[in-house]
Design a protein around this ligand. Structure first.
Ligand code: S3P
Length: 448
């Protein structure tokens, strides 16, 4: 629902050491999937550690609109009483997914092979984002869709009454597209096959298996081949959502660039399809260690310890790593500005179709704060100024994008003068406790 409210201008002051423990909220990707698969199972799924950000709350509302009973028991404990695969009811109102591309694309997939019609909308950011990447493969199942020019929301999806399973090679590295096709495949008889050339986050595959679906994943010369057998009865689960590595990125990067810092970020999901940022930071020379490595709920987890790192160097981030850190490039660019030498980020065209055009949004804000950025269609580079040398003093537009707003707040912590954003409101979509949590560590982020 972000973007519906009045802008919240924010300022981040240079600060002293960040210290203590940062308990970041639950993983956004896993939270959406827990609610959606819970709604498609027969019986009651129990979820703990659910991210209670606006994006996920919009998905909870949507699941209720499709007939599932979704109950908030407080403190991240939720239950979902599912209606079974193919059991979705037709919503009697428009489904508003707010700011969430993941929410809308996964839900479109989940309803696409049931004989119901639903209309989807979102905020000004979501209504600009491309949906044809999802509706094109859904059409192969027999689903129809009508949206605005260029396949934009608002959009009406008419589910296939008699769906056929599909074989689909995902043309862009996108876990949302892959997941939409798999969720649609649940109610198609026979085998749905999805092929991805580059591995993207695999939470859907893991969770589908956990709910009892027949799903196999093979690494072949063609890429990752995922085969799902349709019409399973999904069995309700007990899910403990790990903390979000994409949210952990903010206190971690803040600690790296703020003098004297030592921050522990416990219980972070380190699924290899998500952990690319931390590998990259270590390659740059960050003092970032994994403590207490373990497995929780089928996902690798560790406590991250990040310390002030005055000697980081710019690197070329391998393009093949992009999918595993796609949401982290904005905050990486802030670290890059504090390193010495150039950081080159290539193979990142997808950044242009996120909640904002993230290359453009970061380039504008970095330049407004004295940092040199070069960019092309699918690459960008940041010239590092060395630790503590980012001038700051600029005001950045967040373009309704939570990660842009948080990245600039992190930049202010290690800059010479404060950094401002025109609207920090979108932060509530994924990290509703960002401000109090960063304040506990010693940051000085204020609303103005
Ligand atoms: C997500 C997939 C990624 C990511 C998004 C969450 C998911 O998007 O950027 O924040 O949960 O599947 P794409 O599928 O567009 O790469």
């Amino acid at each position: 629902m972000s973007g519906h409210g009045t802008p919240i201008p924010m300022i981040s002051h240079p600060c002293g050491p960040l210290t203590g423990t940062a308990e970041v909220p639950g993983d956004k990707s896993i939270s959406h999937r827990s609610l959606i698969l819970g709604a498609m199972a027969v019986g009651e799924t129990r979820i703990s550690g659910l991210l209670e950000g606006e994006d996920v709350l919009d998905t909870a509302k949507a699941m209720r609109a499709f007939g599932a009973e979704v109950t908030d028991h407080g403190k991240g404990e939720w239950t979902v009483h599912g209606v079974g695969v193919g059991g979705f009811a037709e919503p009697d109102q428009v489904i508003d997914c707010g700011n969430s591309g993941t929410g809308v694309r996964l839900i479109m997939g989940a309803m696409a092979t049931s004989p119901i019609t639903a209309t989807f909308t979102g905020d000004a950011s979501l209504n600009k984002r491309p949906m044809a990447r999802v509706t094109d493969p859904l059409a192969l199942f027999g689903t129809q869709s009508v949206g605005r020019a260029g396949g934009r929301l608002p959009m009406t999806i008419v589910g296939a009454a008699d769906p056929t399973p599909v074989r689909y090679e995902v043309p862009v590295p996108s876990a949302q597209v892959k997941s939409a096709v798999l969720l649609a495949g649940l109610n198609a008889p026979g085998k749905t096959v999805v092929i991805e050339k580059e591995a993207t986050r695999d939470h859907s595959e893991r969770m589908l298996a956990g709910f009892g679906a027949e799903i196999t994943v093979e690494d072949t010369d063609e890429g990752r081949v995922i085969t799902l057998t349709g019409r399973p009865e999904l069995k309700p689960q007990v899910i403990a959502v790990p903390r979000d590595p994409s949210s952990a990125a903010f206190p971690v990067c803040a600690a790296l660039v703020t003098p004297g810092s030592d921050v522990l970020v416990p219980g972070i999901g380190l699924n290899p399809t998500r952990a690319g940022l931390f590998t990259t930071l270590r390659e740059m020379g960050a003092d970032l260690t994994y403590e207490n490595e373990r497995e929780e709920g089928g996902e690798p987890v560790a406590d991250l310890r990040a310390k002030y790192s005055p000697n980081m160097k710019g690197i070329e981030v391998p393009p093949e790593r992009a999918a595993s850190m796609i949401d982290e490039y904005p905050v990486l660019s802030v670290v890059a500005a504090n390193a010495t030498g150039k950081t080159m980020m290539a193979g990142v065209k997808e950044l242009r179709v996120k909640e904002s055009d993230r290359i453009d949004a970061m380039a504008r804000g970095l330049r407004a704060n004295g940092v040199t950025v070069e960019e092309g269609d699918d690459w960008w580079s940041v010239d590092g100024l060395g630790i503590g040398n980012v001038p700051g003093g600029g005001t950045c537009e967040s373009f309704l994008d939570h990660r842009i707003a948080m990245s600039f707040m992190v930049m202010g912590m290690g800059a010479r003068t404060p950094v401002s954003v025109d609207d920090g409101g979108p932060i509530a979509t994924s990290f509703p406790i960002f401000e109090p949590l960063m304040a506990t560590l010693g940051a000085r982020v204020e609303r103005v």
